[in-house]
Design a protein around this ligand. Sequence first.
Ligand SMILES: Cc1cc2nc3c(=O)[nH]c(=O)nc-3n(C[C@H](O)[C@H](O)[C@H](O)COP(=O)(O)OP(=O)(O)OC[C@H]3O[C@@H](n4cnc5c(N)ncnc54)[C@H](O)[C@@H]3O)c2cc1C
Length: 336
Amino acid sequence: MCIIKNNYSLKKHNTFGVDTCAKFYAKFSSNKELLTILKKINTDKVTILGGGSNILFTKSIYNTVLHNNINGISIIKENKSHVWVEVGSGENWHDFVLWSVKHNFSGIENLALIPGSVGASPIQNIGAYGMEVKDSIEKVCTIELESGETKNFNNKQCKFKYRESIFKNEYKNKYVITKVIFKLSKTHLNITSYGDVENELKNLKLSINPKNISDTIIKIRNKKLPNPKKLANCGSFFKNPTIKLQDFKNLKIKYPKIIGYKIDEKKVKVAAGWLIDNLGLKGYQIGDVGVHKFQALVLVNYGQAKGKEILDFANLIKEKIKAAYNISLEIEVTIL
Ligand SMILES: Cc1cc2nc3c(=O)[nH]c(=O)nc-3n(C[C@H](O)[C@H](O)[C@H](O)COP(=O)(O)OP(=O)(O)OC[C@H]3O[C@@H](n4cnc5c(N)ncnc54)[C@H](O)[C@@H]3O)c2cc1C
């Protein structure tokens, strides 16, 4: 059912717990409802909202907030090796991972416990523990806001990169993702080399399969990451920056413990959390905003912080990183 509200608080719709007001808010559960709403609003001024776990509201929203609630999971095709699954964009991401694991399919099990909706998963090509969603996406189905027409994007057209896609940049707020078609594998991918996954599985004497991998990752994440329901946050606030191999080598002389992963012969991805931690900023706090005590990449709202205060704090961290290492950190979270 379509729900429409004026001057509606978005506090419970963003995991930073920021109290922002939407001048006009509309929640839709089907393409038909979305199209009805689009006929009534200025489609140039729209903010699309999923679970609000990757958004920082820094001001009141005078745009129309379109809140997606399209549900449904169904298998639409299969062969010996794969299955194609059509998922409504408003489905909870983690619930879909559990569904996939329950059916013994592989491809997204390492992405367990990432908050948010299925529709937002392609936006920044969510990734964790050696897996990225782009490797399991066949097609992204959308409705163009301006024309109300349906447009489907195949994997290549989505221009997926590390925490990026065409929808996060060129097509931001131009298309509402309504469905995602996933191609999941019947063969187990068994990616366990990242983080503590392999060790945990060994310690618990568990065999390697999607269910055990996802259970283990849930356990690790519950230990490591703050639960937004208890301590407001948006997960990693910054992206891991990519720098030139030579610059990394120079930094390594000064900071022998710096963490980086070689991308190719010329570039290295540096662990932004290490850069922040190394400056002693874990637990650093101004007012109600802080760097998490154990996860340097996570900024937290301890209570009543305003979005602007969180953004100012993030910019201060960026300045400190630039001054110390001459590296420009990029914000991962969508700032509105
Ligand atoms: C504790 C915690 C841990 C996290 N861990 C990870 C992690 O390991 N890996 C990772 O990649 N991310 C992680 N995140 C970030 C976040 O969970 C993901 O980015 C998630 O996909 C956001 O989903 P959402 O529905 O909450 O999106 P929202 O925050 O509602 O929206 C994010 C962006 O997508 C757009 N959008 C949302 N839905 C649609 C749609 N249907 N059509 C078009 N545009 C849309 C919005 O306009 C916005 O620009 C974490 C967040 C938290 C709080």
